[in-house]
Design a protein around this ligand. Structure first.
Ligand code: SF4
Length: 65
């Protein structure tokens, strides 16, 4: 199954991922950096997550597997 990976050292807290896919992404309440709510993605969830990856301005998100 495809997994999503978040590099919090690259994340600039822009929040595009949360706006696009709130079922998969959240933001840390103090740092504002991305928090993964799930990393194992079904095919359906993957389609939405790909949108978030595309929109992330810092390229902090990637897929593996
Ligand atoms: S869109 Fe990218 S930079 Fe913005 S919070 Fe999500 S992972 Fe971080």
């Amino acid at each position: 199954m495809t997994r999503i990976v978040a590099d919090t050292t690259r994340c600039v807290g822009a929040g595009q991922c949360v706006l696009t896919d709130p079922a998969t992404f959240a933001q840390d309440s103090t740092q504002g950096t991305v928090v993964l709510l799930r990393d194992d993605l079904s095919d359906e969830a993957l389609a939405t997550a790909r949108q978030a990856l595309y929109l992330c301005p810092s390229r902090a998100l990637s897929l593996t597997g």
